[in-house]
Design a protein around this ligand. Structure first.
Ligand SMILES: [Fe+2]
Length: 279
């Protein structure tokens, strides 16, 4: 196994690993170390199938399987391999979606931060990619916090923040329906459970309120925090190639998708490792 760090604010390529065979314990330990160090790791030219991806995911930790809202569309192809989901805009011959592709993905977010135990790792394998666009961006939340002006940091230090996800909306959740939405309070700054480093843990898509502040005051502060965190210098943008398999540390990065043209196909295979309660 060879590790090639990217010349970016985060990321590394792991070469020399064929994920059709689940790596042994020693190699898995090295891969985990690499994910925690570089935050986003890229395996290239992978040809593994859904069951093999699931086996690799299980080797990294307990696979995330969560209860979804009743009206949530689960593509038929995901039933074959529970724990695997497809992020796709492609429809089958009957016009049925073969995956989900929420528009909210275009805003930076931490996966499932609106639950008590946000995902630890998220991973995507590129099956079909558009000719242009549909890139994924990751934002380094260690660096974003380290470089935050002290006056701004003080406003969120030691505070919890409310994260909400509204499956029905494409942008910020509709807070009129707060009772019916999935939500969780998380520390605005977390101590990463594995690395022990402090990371910013708020995001534009889901974070709505800071503990002890009105929605109005919260949003004025949060806007400043998001504008700071999403500066170019903290972001790595990946142009997908078929066979790319990317695993990221969901607690130390946010991610977002870029736009791609209607009519262009995009299909990624996703799996996740469950996380734990944060502090
Ligand atoms: Fe996501």
């Amino acid at each position: 196994m060879q590790i090639i760090p990217l010349e970016k604010p985060l990321g590394a390529i792991i070469d020399g690993v064929d994920l059709r065979d689940t790596p042994n314990k020693a190699l898995i330990a090295k891969i985990k170390q690499c994910i925690h160090r570089y935050q986003v790791v890229i395996f290239q030219r992978q040809t593994f199938n859904a069951a093999q991806q699931l086996s690799f995911t299980k080797a990294l930790g307990p696979v995330r399987k969560r209860k979804l809202p009743e009206n949530y569309v689960i593509p038929a192809s995901s039933y074959d391999t529970p724990g695997i989901a497809y992020v796709s805009n492609i429809r089958d011959e009957n016009g049925i979606p073969t995956g989900v592709i929420p528009d909210g993905e275009m805003w930076f977010h931490h996966d499932t931060c609106y639950t008590d135990e946000p995902d630890k790792f998220t991973m995507l394998c590129a099956i079909t990619v558009p000719r242009s666009g549909g890139n994924t961006m990751w934002c380094n939340m260690y660096d974003a916090l380290d470089s935050m002006p002290t006056s701004l940091r003080q406003k969120i230090q030691g505070k919890r923040a409310l994260n909400v996800y509204d499956y029905a909306t494409i942008e910020k959740p509709n807070l009129q329906n707060l009772d019916q939405l999935e939500k969780a309070w998380q520390p605005a700054i977390i101590t990463h459970p594995t690395t022990g480093r402090e990371a910013l843990f708020v995001n534009r898509l889901m974070t709505c309120q800071i503990e002890g502040m009105s929605l109005e005051e919260s949003s004025s502060i949060l806007e400043q925090v998001f504008d700071h965190a999403e500066k170019k210098q903290f972001i790595y943008e990946h142009h997908w190639t078929v066979g790319d398999f990317i695993v990221w540390d969901n607690l130390s990065v946010t991610h977002a998708r870029t736009h791609f043209k209607l009519g262009h196909d995009r299909r990624l295979r996703r799996s996740k490792v469950s996380g734990e309660k944060l502090n």
